[in-house]
Design a protein around this ligand. Structure first.
Ligand SMILES: [Zn+2]
Length: 139
């Protein structure tokens, strides 16, 4: 069996809804539905979905090409590909060991928890401010 071609670059295509058939070398982004999808850059043909959002992947578009952060790790796929999409370039990373995958998941959970904590803290502050303001205005 021939080894599939590893891609070194990817182009952006903005869409409203994800097409059923994805073309290789294209990063499909729907900002409306806060999601991105592409075919695994190793050429194995598996579809990679990356939800976009403050606790998911972040997406940036520059004149050089699209960027996704953090890295894409296809741990559920046979290929176990791991890469970063930066300015339209695929930066290949080493495959992770199961221990590294578990550590990555833990880091993700911790940063997610920190995000929600910060958000609730901010809301708490706003709520206290509102109560104070109401008192000042004798509402
Ligand atoms: Zn792959």
């Amino acid at each position: 069996m021939l080894a599939p071609m590893k891609l070194s670059s990817i182009q952006l295509r903005r869409v409203e809804t994800m097409p059923k058939q994805l073309e290789p070398g294209i990063l499909y982004v729907s900002e409306e539905f806060e999601t991105a999808a592409h075919l695994c850059a190793c050429g194995c043909g598996s579809k990679i979905r990356t939800p976009l959002g403050p606790t998911e992947w972040s997406f940036h578009d520059s004149s050089k090409g699209p960027s996704l952060w953090p890295s894409v790790g296809n741990w559920q796929q046979a290929c176990q590909s791991h890469y970063v999409i930066k300015d339209g370039t695929i930066i290949w990373h080493d495959k992770w060991t199961p221990a590294q995958i578990a550590a990555g998941r833990r880091r993700e959970e911790i940063s997610r928890a920190a995000y929600y904590e910060a958000m609730y803290a901010k809301q708490g502050w706003l709520f206290r401010f509102w109560k104070w303001l109401r008192k000042q205005l004798h509402l």
